[in-house]
Design a protein. Structure first.
Ligand SMILES: CC(C)=CCC/C(C)=C(/C)COP(=O)(O)OP(=O)(O)O
Length: 372
């Protein structure tokens, strides 16, 4: 039987591995991003296309196609999500808002290899909980987000997701606090649901990617507190750990298989996953400009950081962001192609899952009332 770890390291090892083809593979992966050739460049990969977005006035986004649109399945997951939101303490209006955003629809679009509404609900719950933490703690001033309060709130969010062992008399107040805040209850409940299907390694991978995302949120809070917005390059560095990569850590759990930790964290695989997560979050920034500008204390956003750095109009900053997105997707495509010879069915499914997530995420941002 082929050992996929060995197959991957042999394939990536260079000339002593698979000879000249391995050397070519290494070379392909160290290329700097190539300019986006734009629509009509004669692309032959039917999995990707140029897609118009927003009001259609900006250049199209080079993006994977959406692999599945199954509205009844998305509606079923949304129904279950709204019921769960009530159970974990969101009031009726908040639960309705979560339903309207359509996180059930998001996961139906983003995980086309999962037909099971209960597995899809894991991702819907966790995405809803992450977004609730993001809105209520980090981003939305009108909903109570306060930069100075964010770091201690996130420390408790980590305790909610990754339960700490009993600590004598100090546990009581912690437990009461974790039970008394709907965001914390939602995060704990989402991980509890994940634990029913995922291995310990899959669960902890989701936790730790969430915690690195929280570090980026703390950076944004410091920038806001100090009234010192970051240049675009620094924002982008933070965004790479605050992206839909976190959502993508669930791809194999929903698919009913496990990509082992040594493959998941193999640098080329991680590179592909970070590229997919970053590209998807740039789609989010492009759709969020109006919403972010409407906040009295606007959160950072790639388009806004580029416009500020270069003193250019939003339209020009939008074009620069679209171009960056398209370069990153093409880079992902090259990384994916380079990994295709690796003989691991789980790895191939996972890479396909990353691509499918990008295609589903694009569709959701184009249709969710959250961005209209
Ligand atoms: C993984 C996840 C869904 C986390 C929630 C926060 C996040 C990383 C986003 C992708 C959302 O970023 P942002 O706060 O810019 O999103 P909105 O524009 O508020 O939808």
């Amino acid at each position: 039987m082929t050992d996929p770890h060995r197959a991957l390291s042999t394939l990536l090892a260079g000339p002593t591995g698979l000879g000249t083809s391995a050397a070519r593979l290494g070379a392909r992966l160290t290329e700097v991003p190539l300019p986006d050739p734009g629509p009509g460049a004669g692309d032959s990969d039917p999995a990707y296309t140029y897609r118009t977005w927003g009001d259609g006035s900006a250049s199209p986004l080079y993006c994977p196609v959406t692999e599945r649109i199954n509205d009844p399945l998305g509606e079923e997951v949304d129904r279950r999500l709204i019921a769960w939101a009530g159970e974990v303490g969101f009031d009726e209006q908040e639960a309705e808002q979560l339903g309207k955003a359509g996180f059930g629809r998001l996961v139906m679009l983003a995980h086309p290899d999962c037909e099971d509404p209960d597995r899809l609900l894991i991702s819907a719950k966790l995405n809803a909980a992450w977004w609730a933490a993001d809105d209520l703690y980090a981003d939305d001033t009108a909903l109570g987000a306060v930069p100075e309060k964010l770091p201690p709130r996130l420390a408790l969010a980590m305790a909610a997701m990754d339960p700490v062992p009993p600590a004598g008399e100090f546990s009581r107040e912690l437990d009461e606090t974790l039970r008394g805040d709907r965001v914390l209850v939602a995060l704990r409940s989402g991980v509890d649901h994940l634990r029913q299907y995922g291995s310990p390694a899959q669960v902890q991978r989701v936790n730790y990617s969430t915690f690195t995302m929280f570090v980026s949120w703390n950076a944004y809070a410091a920038w806001q507190h100090n009234d010192d917005p970051p240049p675009a390059w620094e924002y982008l560095a933070a965004r790479q750990h605050d992206s839909f990569y976190t959502s993508m850590t669930l791809i194999d759990v929903l698919g009913g298989y496990e990509l082992t930790a040594n493959l998941f964290y193999e640098p080329r695989v991680r590179r592909a996953a970070i590229q997919a997560g970053t590209a998807s979050v740039l789609v989010n920034d492009l759709h969020s400009v109006a919403k972010d500008l409407a906040d009295e204390n606007p959160p950072a956003n790639m388009v806004l950081q580029v416009a500020a750095d270069r003193s250019c109009p939003i339209e020009e900053a939008t074009e620069i962001t679209v171009d960056l997105h398209n370069q990153i997707v093409r880079d992902f495509q090259r990384t994916h192609r380079a990994l295709e010879p690796v003989a691991s069915a789980e790895l191939q499914r996972f890479l396909h899952g990353l691509r499918a997530w990008m295609g589903g995420g694009f569709e959701w941002h184009s249709t969710s009332p959250r961005y209209q």
